[in-house]
Design a binder for this molecule. Structure first.
Ligand code: ADP
Ligand code: MG
Ligand code: MG
Length: 881
């Protein structure tokens, strides 16, 4: 039996159908399916992807029987159209279109009007009575064929077209002018390749071969590699009878979406151009008109107004297509002298917000089940729904690329210092804070800025982590910019951006643009997302909490569906100016009494913060981590600051310097931090516990339900936790006795050191809960720090040793083993022990799937990732991840 290399479609019948994407490519399968549905599709044939693969394997030779099958199919199309390929009196013309299973930029562009030559152009002119149209088609064909098939740079043709039309549109050229132009275009081909091929069959062979070849072009190969598409999928070639949108004012071409691809609104949307051929709409050389006035579009003549009957037909067809494919469709159409043809349909691309709106609407319309809707949305995309995005239609100039640390787009004036960000923002200006990197001192400036750009740092740098927590657009590790604080400017290639200049950043893409680019606001009512997530929650088992350090963050997290705080970092509370000063006094104090005096100034500040958080989380658990970073982080680092601080605190500069020297650490990450501070300076933890229990007592009097979970960080020895726990309990009980109240509090620990995971059963003896601090656990398991890994990470990726940063994508194999072991040991030693995760991985779908799999109780992530984690938890429960 001979292999079937060619699948015909036309007149309501097709050899293939919509399910055959692998063999016919997406476009071919769509054309077959539309034909079967009885839609007006010009007839044609699809040469299979298998024929393409065969061609490569045979070193560039066509499969046996292929051209016989093509000729047979062409004959059918000739019958259906009543025209003949190559017939000088009544020529049949074709488009030759590439189409792999997944659309693949970099592959061959479409050639239209194939079959024209010096004779058939005359026949076409004669037959249609439109010489202008015939010669316009011919000049298009010679240009396209020369560029796409023969590989002559398109600018060589474009220059001649531009010269000929001067300031007029190309459609204004007279027949004589077009004839001269065609001659010149052919001369370019002759100059390059010899004569322009006149034989239509030879034109077709060359075009098919060019499509095959383009599959292995550099750009297409690169695209496949970066998108994980196999190299042996091949491309199909569609050869389809031409229909003409350039036959005068009753002809047109256009692109339509069955719903709005930006907002998801259920409103037919699209653009059209009268008297034009397909490529004119997408090429951006002409300004297309709107299809209709839905969504408040004002400009341009609509298709609905110009051709009401055709519009009504198109509207009916788009409804039919969408109901058939059960998804928003992106449709290409052409109108030839008042008759409508469909040339392509596919699932349309859309913004993340539109994607959510569309699936929720499709469920309401009965076209999808809730679970199908859940499956269609990628959890990570939900993070984008709440953020502004750049208007896809806006003109933009990208001046630098970095890492996509925190999604969303923001525009503002460039400032280089936090204080200035604050000053300008308070005056109501939009600012983007640009830094080499950020540190805890920059928090206020970061809070006030619209976005943050740093030239250094990775996905888990301070800037990245804090910005994500704040839900603020952020690009980090943008090594393409050179920041000069001294001169208050940065260089991005040839561009110099000075303080006060406007830039725009897209934290979802990691891109930096010149000037202010319009953004689309996120939907104000998260109605559709709320509905989708309620479906998710009813399927998920893993609960989702948020990491939040302030009452405002906590309230935000709650509104995004967090069912508790999994990590409240208390160090930020010490950076409030009065607290910071007191902390410094505490660090410099000579004895315990003086230390406690200083801490007593911190106490009311922390208590007020806890009050806010408890109020926001009424009735939900709040995990509060006691102080974690090393004390030197509270002392100044720069020389000029040291003298100011010394003066302020009334100590001698050399005394302060001496203390700084004592506190200096070679490896701060493994230094005097976490529970080590709680043990050497118990007053710090005692003060924190006092503040939180007092806050609890205060709000409980108002009827608020407080469920605090006190968390001791960086434990590696059971004795550490035992001791810290005892101290905390003594303080808590003392405060409760003072207030004469009772409080249901828990004390637990972070599991963030390998040794803690190994000894989890012994540690569980002192812990009511474990929270896996997967950021530190990852760093400690690999033995590298996020601050230094940038130096070798790129090499590791390019050499294939690492694919993703384990700080961004959870390492199931290594770190996951520790988490699993600690969970098992913890549960064995203390049945019912509560287990959660509070690292960045709590919002990483890979991590969520893993934590679901080993039966943890909850994950906790940045507030803006809560929806991501909720959907990921449902995907995990439904087996989609
Ligand atoms: P792409 O994948 O870039 O969209 P297509 O093969 O779909 O490429 O075609 C490019 C343009 O040519 C589209 O606008 C399409 O509508 C138009 N086109 C393709 N085939 C025909 C045809 N047979 N008749 C008229 N226009 C066509
Ligand atoms: Mg294309
Ligand atoms: Mg197309």
């Amino acid at each position: 039996m001979t292999t079937k290399w060619v699948y015909a479609f036309g007149d309501g019948q097709a050899d293939g159908d919509g399910s055959m994407k692998a063999l016919l490519g997406g476009k071919g399968a769509g054309l077959a399916e539309m034909t079967r549905l009885g839609l007006p599709v010009p007839p044609g044939l699809t040469i299979t992807t298998a024929a393409c693969n065969h061609w490569f394997q045979a070193g560039g030779a066509y499969a046996e029987g292929l051209w016989d099958q093509v000729r047979a199919a062409l004959a059918v199309v000739e019958q259906q159209t009543g025209k003949r390929f190559g017939d000088a009196a009544n020529p049949l013309l074709f488009s030759v279109r590439s189409g792999a299973a997944d659309s693949m930029p970099g592959m061959m562009d479409t050639v239209l009007n194939l079959g024209l030559n010096d004779e058939t152009v005359l026949g076409l002119a004669e037959r249609t009575g439109r010489p202008q149209f015939a010669w316009d088609s011919y000049r298009r064909f010679v240009g396209m064929f020369g560029d796409v098939v023969l590989g002559i740079h398109h600018s060589r043709f474009q220059r001649l077209v531009d010269e000929a039309r001067k300031d007029r549109p190309a459609s204004a050229l007279s027949v004589e002018e077009l004839q001269v132009l065609v001659g010149k275009l052919k001369a370019v081909v002759a100059d390059h390749n010899g004569t322009f091929p006149q034989d239509p069959h030879e034109q077709l062979r060359l075009a098919v071969e060019a499509v095959f070849r383009s599959f292995n072009g550099q750009r297409a190969r690169y695209y496949r590699k970066t998108h994980g598409i196999p190299d042996d999928c091949g491309t199909a070639v569609n050869v389809q009878a031409m229909v003409f949108g350039n036959m005068g004012d009753t002809s047109a071409t256009g692109v339509a979406f069955t719903r709005n691809p930006k907002s998801g609104a259920h409103a037919f949307f699209g653009e059209w151009l009268p008297n034009a051929q397909g490529e004119d709409v997408v090429a951006g050389t002409h300004t297309p008109n709107p299809l209709n006035r839905l969504g408040g579009i004002k400009d341009g003549v609509t298709l609905e107004e110009a051709m009401p009957v055709v519009y009504a037909e198109l509207d009916a067809l788009q409804k039919k297509l969408e109901a058939h494919f059960r998804d928003m469709q992106d449709i290409e159409f052409t109108i030839e002298q008042g008759k409508l043809y469909l040339l392509q349909t596919r699932n349309g691309k859309r913004t993340p917000a539109a994607a959510v709106q569309i699936v929720v609407d499709l469920v309401a319309e009965g076209l999808l089940t809730e679970e199908q809707a859940l499956k269609r949305i990628k959890p990570a995309d939900l993070e984008m729904v709440l953020r502004p995005v750049l208007d896809p239609d806006a003109k933009k100039k990208c001046i630098a690329r970095g890492l996509d640390a925190s999604p969303g787009a923001a525009s503002g004036k460039v400032v280089f210092h936090s204080e200035e960000a604050q000053e300008l923002a308070e005056k109501g200006e939009s600012v983007i804070l640009v830094r080499l990197e950020t540190s805890p001192e920059d928090i206020q400036g970061m809070t006030m800025a619209k976005g943050i750009l740093t030239s250094r740092g990775g996905q888990t740098s301070h800037a990245a982590v804090v910005a994500r927590g704040m839900g603020k657009p952020c690009v980090v590790g943008c090594t393409e910019i050179l920041v000069d604080y001294g001169r208050q400017l940065f260089y991005a290639g040839d561009t110099v951006v000075r303080r006060g200049d406007w830039i725009t950043i897209d934290g979802g893409k990691g891109e930096v643009y010149e000037g202010a680019i319009p953004t689309l606001a996120p939907p104000t009512d998260a109605g559709a997302m709320g509905k989708l997530l309620s479906w998710a929650d009813s399927r998920a088992r893993l609960k989702v909490r948020a990491n939040a350090d302030t009452g405002a963050d906590a309230a935000n997290a709650r509104s995004l569906g967090a069912v508790g705080i999994g990590l409240c970092r208390t160090e930020h509370m010490f950076f409030e100016p009065t607290a910071l000063r007191a902390m410094r006094q505490m660090i410099l104090a000579e004895d315990e009494k003086a230390r406690q005096r200083a801490l007593n100034l911190v106490l009311p500040i922390q208590r007020a913060d806890f009050v806010e958080i408890f109020k926001a989380m009424d009735g939900l658990p709040v995990t509060i981590r006691l102080l974690d970073p090393p004390l030197h982080e509270f002392l100044p680092a720069r020389a000029e600051e040291i003298s100011t601080v010394a003066k302020d605190l009334g100590v001698r500069v050399d005394v302060l310097e001496e203390r700084l020297k004592q506190l200096h650490e070679a490896n701060p990450m493994m230094g005097h931090r976490g529970c080590r501070i709680g043990i050497t300076t118990p007053e710090v933890y005692n003060t924190q516990v006092r503040a939180l229990v007092e806050a609890a007592c205060q709000v409980m009097k108002e009827g608020i339900v407080v469920l605090p979970e006190i968390m001791i960080p960086l434990v590696s020895m059971p004795a550490e936790l035992e001791r810290c726990r005892r101290q905390c309990e003594e303080t808590a009980e003392a405060v409760l006795a003072e207030y004469g109240m009772r409080l249901d509090y828990k004390i637990g620990t972070m599991i963030e050191l390998p040794r803690a995971a190994v000894l989890a059963d012994k540690i569980a003896a002192h812990a009511d809960f474990f929270s896996f601090g997967t950021n530190d656990l990852t760093q400690m398991t690999y033995g590298f720090s996020r601050d230094d890994m940038g130096k070798f990470f790129g090499d590791y990726v390019s050499r294939g040793i690492l694919v993703d940063s384990p700080l961004a994508v959870f390492d199931k194999e290594g770190v996951g083993e520790f988490v699993k072991m600690a969970s098992e040991k913890g549960r064995a030693a203390r049945p019912g022990i509560k287990l959660g995760v509070c690292g960045e991985h709590g919002g990483d779908p890979t991590g969520v799937a893993f934590f679901h799999g080993i039966g943890l109780d909850y994950v906790s992530c940045s507030p803006f990732r809560v929806p991501v984690a909720r959907l990921a938890a449902a995907h995990a429960a439904l087996g989609y991840l």
